[in-house]
Write a protein that binds this ligand. Structure first.
Ligand code: NAD
Ligand code: ZN
Length: 264
C-alpha cells in the first residue's frame, strides 16, 4: 500500500518526500550506481555507462574472467583509477550529515563497489556488491588483501596457493554477501530512500516493492523513470547531487519532523 499525501498540504514533491521519510523510525538509504555518477564514476546502464560498449557479462562474471582475465583486470584497474581520482559530491556528503543528525535511525547500503560514501564521512556502509579495491584468490583459498595503492596485487598470483587473483567485487550470478543481507534484515527498515538505482539487479531490486507492499514510504531519486517509479510514494526526478542536499536539509529541519508527527 502506498501512502498518499493530503493534496492541499502537498507543496512540492521534495517536501512531500521529506514529510513521509521523516516519519520512518528506521530509514534505509539504498544507493545504486547513480549515487556515484555525479562524482564522475560512470553507471553501467545509464547514459554513457560502460554497458553501452561492452557486455556486462563479459566483464563482471566468472565466465568472462575465465575467458579473458587480462581484459577483465584492465577494466577493473581503470575503474579503480577512476574512483581513486573522484571526490565525493555534495549529495554523498549530505548523507553523512543525515546519518550524524539522526543517530542510529538510518542505515546506508549500496550496490556500489567504490569507497566514495566512506570518504564522504558515512559510517558502517553496507556493501552489497563487494569492494572494488579488494584483490582476492580466484580459487577461493581464502586469501584477500586491500589493493588501493598501485594495483600491484592484481598483477601477481595468489601468494597462498598460486592461483589467479580476482577483484573483490560480487559478479553477476554470484550470491550477495550473507552478512550484508543480514544487516539489512536485522535493521528491519520501515522507510526507504532509493538513490540512482535502475532496480534491475536482483535481489536488491525486490526490496523497494517489498516495503511498498508493507505500507512503508519509499522515495526514489533518479533522473530517469525506473521499473518501480509507478509504485513508489514519490519519484524525485533529478540527480543525487541536486536532490540529496535539499532533501537532507528538509529532513534535518525540526519543522518537517513536527509536521510529520501532526499530519497523518
Ligand atoms: P545501473 O548502472 O544499472 O543504473 C544506474 C541508475 O542510476 C539508472 O537508473 C540511472 O538513471 C541512474 N542515474 C544516472 N545518473 C544519475 C545521477 N546523477 N543521480 C541519480 N541517479 C542517476 O546501476 P545499478 O542499478 O546500481 O546496478 C548495476 C550494478 O553495477 C551495481 O550493482 C554495481 O555492482 C555496479 N556498479 C557499481 C559502480 C560503482 O561502484 N560506483 C558503478 C557502476 C556500476
Ligand atoms: Zn589462493
Amino acid at each position: 500500500m502506498t501512502i498518499h499525501c493530503h493534496p492541499e498540504l502537498e507543496r512540492s514533491p521534495i517536501q512531500t518526500a521529506a514529510r513521509l521519510l521523516a516519519d520512518a523510525k528506521r530509514l534505509l538509504v539504498l544507493g545504486g550506481a547513480g549515487l556515484s555518477a555525479d562524482a564522475g564514476v560512470p553507471t553501467f546502464r545509464g547514459e554513457g555507462g560502460y554497458w553501452r560498449s561492452v557486455r556486462s557479462e563479459d566483464l563482471a562474471s566468472r565466465d568472462g574472467f575465465d575467458k579473458a582475465p587480462e581484459m577483465v583486470w584492465d577494466w577493473y584497474r581503470e575503474r579503480r583509477l577512476t574512483v581513486a581520482n573522484a571526490q565525493p559530491h555534495a549529495g554523498q556528503r549530505a548523507l553523512s550529515l543525515l546519518q550524524r543528525h539522526t543517530q542510529g535511525t538510518i542505515l546506508v547500503a549500496t550496490t556500489n563497489e567504490d569507497d566514495l560514501l566512506e570518504r564522504a564521512g558515512v559510517t558502517d556502509v553496507v556493501h552489497l556488491h563487494g569492494d572494488l579495491f579488494t584483490t582476492r584468490c580466484a580459487a577461493d583459498c581464502g586469501w584477500a588483501a586491500r589493493d588501493d595503492q598501485d594495483n600491484a596485487l592484481s598483477l601477481a598470483s595468489c601468494p597462498a596457493c598460486g592461483a589467479k587473483v580476482r577483484p573483490g567485487s560480487i559478479w553477476f550470478g554470484e550470491p550477495l554477501p550473507r552478512e550484508a543481507l543480514d544487516r539489512i534484515a536485522a535493521f528491519d527498515p520501515d522507510g526507504l530512500l532509493l538513490v540512482g538505482s535502475s532496480c534491475l539487479v536482483k535481489p536488491v531490486s525486490d526490496l523497494p516493492l517489498d516495503l511498498v507492499n508493507h505500507g512503508c514510504p519509499v522515495v526514489e531519486i533518479n533522473p530517469e523513470a525506473t521499473p518501480i517509479s509507478d509504485y513508489v510514494a514519490v519519484s524525485l526526478r533529478g540527480t543525487a547531487k541536486q536532490m540529496l542536499p535539499a532533501l537532507v536539509d528538509l529532513l534535518t529541519s525540526c519543522t518537517v519532523r513536527d509536521q510529520a508527527r501532526r499530519i497523518t
